[in-house]
Unconditional design. Structure first.
Lengths: 308, 519
């Protein structure tokens, strides 16, 4: 076991990816930041004693406490509190968990759909390919936020209100995912077109391997590099799309706020001097999206310089 | 030839400049919500009446100082205790040029009494109305009515001819979602007329050049531009896009004052904010206990005592509210300081009451709230959710725009809801008649008490003021002891405007643009 781990570690250490990683300070810093954010968001119960989603634990008299380093700040609320007396730090971390869950799920949804369609389109070609590619063209002419708003609006129309609050997060994932899949479909189709004329594919075909196995076992691993690059950048886009939708008020309900909802709620207090209510969630979102983008850039340079 | 052309040219230039610069005085007015309908009898709701008030007029009206004075009626007298004679002004014309006669007044009062009217409660004591000649109207009441003038000040007069031509003989059935010509168009005798109506976006009022009164304003146009988001509204005001905001957010008043070009006016408003709980339903629509906890007075009292109204005042309203014990405010007949005392805030007592009533673990219910009607309405509801959570009552907040909130409330869809109540007649009767009388149109808690109903009849017909006041005091005592509603606070309103714009503030939150000036 140890031996195998060691060799794996050695293999990683010997790889050009690792070499490129330790030579790139931006990649290291952004990875560190992301690890911290992911850890704090997913294990938020260990990080902070407050639960902002439990209204009975809040005290309205704590509302509008400024950050702890200012004159009226309290040590127990490091980043201050919002208009309902929720600790800002805890609220941001709980919110970022929702944002991350939505972001990851949406990208995975888009990736599975996009790669599935793109790969099969590239492999089979013909009318099927044409239909899929025209579909992506149509989809790309609709701005992603508009698409997401449309999906959310339809969902509100067809499912009841009580159900909608529970379903809001799935609707959001679907809405963002459906607006991002064309990117994946295009890239994977292009990569498949290159791969399918290579000898190993022809060889497999000749010995009678089925199409499904050729596509997903042989071609898929070889097109994963560009797809992963797009996926990383898509994650940042999905998180921002979620924030935008929540900011517009069509995202997750305010009782379980995500980062975008927090920014929207804080916006009401921007003029009255309570800047921290909107500032901290906003800066947190910026750091999160920026780190993911930097990491994505590095991955693009390393894994697939041609995409540059 | 040349000089002639030059003169023409100069005249043209002069005309263009004079028409665009010296005459155009526009006020851009904003608040969070819009008028629900232009039909002046369809919805008895604050902003709706605010808009109607600029274009329609009543027999009598309240001036800037809130006292009743003549408007379409020049003079009036009670010929018998139950008969009133109104002498109309003879120089009043509708904005289309047709003269207003007693026929229009009779038509309007009868129109406001129809089933689809939301103003029928105001004039439910009127048994007959007839025109004795072209400019005299005689009104009969069921009993001697001491507050008839107060009530008539809210009954707007429409043109019979216009209504006939446009199929608007009956008020729009707003509750049923009916669309009528009169809901999107208007034609009144008032100082302004509406030339453009885009609901929730823009309403343009133009000066009515045929208005009969002395013009005290210097406006040519008013643009009503509702902006729901508080920060956006303030930003628009500060950047100069708006001239006056009649519901400046409490959290931004200091910022607005700090701007040298703007001013803020505040006054206690004639409006009380409260929560209602349906006490008639056998089972809550959104509950989890299978019964209706609100039927028990202990439960209602527990919710009452769990609300820390001082915290709401300090944190949500920033000091700009007055905690309330009853749904009426100083200045209304029947109001006393003792009645306005609240039960003490006491979480332990509330928990005990809840346990005594058989709900030691609390229950679940949905709270319905408007989010664009009252000052910080949604924030108040959010605060209440937290406070009730502390005694184990799990409240799910459902906040939505006021047009939907009111419609669904009237459709009996609410278990637990927020509402605000103003008293345009400045008499307690109005509150009882709408909120407490058995089966009343806004009595959505379904409160019913024979003694209160009897007292309401006394308020309508008793001219002996001592007896009438005793009936009012008794009725208030009954409903207060019963905790039919959970009163929260009397609202304080703040209007913010440019320094160069004068719109006098009024405690009923209704601007009168005929007294407004722009420098």
């Amino acid at each position: 076991m140890d031996n195998k781990n060691l060799t794996l570690l050695n293999r990683i250490k010997d790889s050009d990816i690792y070499f490129s990683f330790i030579k790139s300070p931006t990649a290291i810093v952004s990875t560190l930041i992301l690890i911290i954010i992911f850890f704090c968001s997913f294990f938020v119960e260990l990080v902070t004693p407050y639960n902002p989603f439990d209204p009975s634990s809040l005290s309205l008299m704590d509302a509008f406490t400024p950050p702890s380093w200012t004159e009226e700040g309290l040590a127990k609320f490091i980043l201050g509190t919002d208009g309902q007396g929720r600790d800002m730090l805890a609220t941001i971390l709980y919110g970022s968990r929702i944002s991350l869950i939505v972001g990851f799920s949406a990208v995975i949804f888009a990736l599975v759909l996009g790669v599935g369609l793109g790969l099969s389109a590239g492999y089979f070609g013909g009318k099927y390919e044409m239909i899929v590619m025209r579909l992506t063209d149509v989809q790309l002419t609709v701005p992603s936020i508009l698409m997401a708003l449309l999906v959310d609006g339809i969902a509100r129309g067809i499912i009841s209100r009580e159900l909608h609050d529970e379903m809001a997060i799935y609707v959001l994932i679907f809405a963002i995912g459906i607006s991002e899949w064309p990117q994946f479909a295009r890239v994977s189709r292009a990569a498949t077109l290159v791969e399918k004329n290579k000898d190993y594919v022809s060889a497999s075909t000749i010995i009678g391997v089925s199409n499904i196995i050729i596509m997903f076992k042989h071609i898929l691993p070889n097109i994963m590099r560009p797809v992963l690059v797009i996926g990383t950048i898509g994650l940042a886009l999905a998180i921002i799309a979620e924030a935008t939708l929540s900011f517009l008020g069509v995202g997750v309900p305010p009782t379980t706020p995500s980062l975008g909802t927090l920014i929207r709620l804080g916006n009401d207090f921007l003029f009255s001097g309570e800047w921290w209510i909107t500032f901290f969630p906003a800066i947190f979102l910026v750091i999160l999206a920026f780190s993911i983008n930097l990491l994505g850039d590095w991955m693009r340079d390393t894994l697939n310089p041609k995409l540059n | 030839m040349k000089t002639k052309n030059l003169v023409k040219f100069l005249i043209a230039i002069l005309f263009v400049f004079s028409s665009t610069q010296s005459f155009a005085k526009t006020i851009k007015w904003s608040m969070q919500g819009d008028s629900l309908t232009l039909d002046p009898h369809a919805q008895n709701e604050g902003p709706t009446t605010m808009v109607s008030r600029q274009i329609y007029e009543a027999l009598v009206t309240r001036g800037l100082d809130m006292s009743i004075g003549p408007q379409l009626a020049e003079s009036w007298e009670a010929t018998t205790p139950k008969t009133w004679k109104f002498n109309l002004r003879k120089d009043v014309k509708f904005s289309d040029g047709t003269p207003m006669t007693s026929e229009d007044v009779v038509f309007s009062i009868l129109r406001a009494q129809q089933r689809t009217s939301d103003f029928k409660e105001y004039i439910s004591t009127i048994t007959s109305v007839k025109a004795t000649d072209a400019y005299t109207v005689e009104i009969q009441t069921r009993e001697p009515n001491p507050i008839l003038l107060n009530q008539l000040s809210n009954i707007f007069v429409m043109s019979k001819k216009w209504c006939e031509e446009n199929f608007a003989m009956a008020p729009q059935n707003w509750d049923a979602g009916q669309e009528t010509f009169s809901a999107t168009n208007s034609m009144g005798t008032g100082p302004f007329k509406i030339t453009l109506r885009e609901p929730n976006t823009k309403t343009v009022f133009k000066k009515n050049s045929k208005w009969w009164g002395d013009v005290e304003h210097n406006l040519t146009e008013i643009h009503l531009l509702p902006i729901k988001n508080a920060a956006t509204r303030v930003a628009a005001l500060l950047s100069g896009e708006l001239d006056v905001v009649t519901d400046a957010p409490v959290q931004d008043l200091d910022r607005i004052r700090a701007s040298g070009a703007h001013k803020v006016q505040s006054t206690p408003q004639m409006r009380t904010i409260f929560l209602g709980m349906d006490q008639a339903a056998d089972q809550l629509r959104t509950g989890n206990t299978g019964d209706n906890p609100f039927k028990k007075k202990e439960v209602r009292q527990a919710l009452y005592q769990a609300i820390d109204i001082e915290a709401i005042k300090k944190k949500v309203m920033r000091g700009l509210s007055e905690p309330a014990g009853i749904i009426t405010f100083p200045g209304v007949t029947g109001y006393t300081k003792e009645l306005d005392e609240r039960l003490p805030y006491d979480v332990d007592a509330a928990k005990q009451l809840l346990a005594d009533a058989g709900y030691p673990d609390g229950f679940e219910v949905e709270l319905r709230c408007p989010n664009d009607r009252y000052v910080n309405d949604e924030a108040i509801c959010t605060a209440v959710v937290g406070m009730l959570g502390k005694i184990g009552v799990k409240v799910n907040l459902f906040a939505q725009t006021k047009s939907k909130h009111f419609k669904e409330l009237k459709d009996n869809q609410g278990d637990f809801y927020m509402l605000g109540w103003g008293v345009p007649t400045l008499d307690s009767h109005y509150v009882f008649h709408y909120l407490y009388e058995t089966g009343a149109s806004w009595n959505k808690v379904n409160f019913s008490d024979a003694e209160v109903d009897a007292a309401i009849r006394v308020m309508e017909g008793e001219v002996n003021l001592d007896k009438r006041n005793a009936a009012i005091a008794n009725a208030w005592k009954i409903v207060k002891d019963n905790i039919a509603y959970l009163p929260l606070h009397h609202q304080v309103i703040s209007w913010a405007s440019k320094r160069s714009v004068d719109v006098p503030i009024r405690p009923n939150n209704e601007p009168l643009f005929r007294f407004s000036n722009v420098r």
